[in-house]
Design a binder for this molecule. Structure first.
Ligand code: UDP
Length: 251
């Protein structure tokens, strides 16, 4: 089915889009890439125009990964994780600025309070923003060390009652049986069960995040954000990347 079929009703009315820091970093693994930020803004604009409510969780791995930084600098691990959470705020403000420049109305809510630059995370308020067509960006992770922004994404998706959690990957179009960058014969899974992901340790998201999705029956779509139109295809229910649900594996 074509993406241009504007009359097609979306399968999901509200989504949570997870963007890792690395996905925002362009070809490098650090910093922020203007092209990728613009691409994400275009994708989000297209789905909000179709009436879909969009919330976003942004990672921080392009700036700080707590565990790695702690080892490298000798900073205590809890502090390093807080530094990682602050990094997600930097990415969120960048994304907010780019999306607003494209005419989207946005709010950033943080799990660690930063009154001067963002609202605190208040679930009911976030839902109200979404109902008004505003894009809500959740920054600061869960607000607690030792968690990840994947777990944050699962948690927030459940809290705002999203229809699906869209896990944006950069340059990888779904979940494979082995690393497609190393093994040319790697095979993509179009459908997986939560237990397939957990038992085979497939690289979708960390185990805590998958378990949360499993317990709450949250659809997970793993897709390549670098392919224009993919977010809209996913919300329309077209086959994009890998869909993880309660029903098991299928080719
Ligand atoms: N982090 C944390 N608690 C959270 C979310 C994130 O302590 O709830 C820290 C953790 O140190 C992590 C860093 O923030 O390494 C950046 O987040 P993440 O690695 O999930 O970012 P991504 O890989 O998605 O860019």
């Amino acid at each position: 089915m074509s993406i241009s079929s504007d009359s097609q009703a979306p399968k999901y009315k509200r989504i949570l889009l997870k963007l890792s820091g690395e996905a925002l970093a362009g070809d490098g693994h650090s910093g922020l890439d203007a092209h990728v930020l613009g691409l994400v803004a275009d994708e989000v604009k297209a789905v909000t125009a179709a009436g879909v409510q969009v919330a976003i969780v942004v990672g921080g791995g392009n700036i700080v990964r707590g565990a790695e930084l702690s080892l490298r600098l000798g900073v205590d691990e809890v502090t390093a994780h807080y530094m990682g959470m602050l990094a997600t705020a930097i990415n969120s403000l960048a994304l907010q600025a780019v999306m607003e420049a494209e005419g989207l109305v946005t709010r950033v809510q943080t799990a660690i309070e930063m009154h001067q630059i963002a609202e605190p995370f208040i679930r009911r308020r976030a839902i109200r923003h979404l109902e008004k067509g505003r894009v809500v960006i959740f920054a600061g992770g869960t607000g607690s060390p030792y968690f990840t922004t994947d777990t944050t994404a699962a948690l927030r998706a459940i809290e705002i009652e999203a229809g699906a959690l869209l896990m944006a990957k950069k340059g990888v179009d779904g979940v494979y049986d082995k690393d497609p960058n190393v093994h040319p014969d790697a095979v993509i899974y179009r459908r997986l069960g939560y237990l397939d992901v957990i038992n085979q340790d497939l690289k979708v998201m960390d185990a805590t995040a998958v378990a949360l999705c499993k317990d709450n029956n949250m659809d997970i779509i793993v897709f390549d954000v670098a392919q224009p139109g993919n977010v809209k295809r996913a919300v329309l229910g077209e086959e994009v990347g890998t869909l993880v649900t309660a029903s098991g594996r299928a080719p």
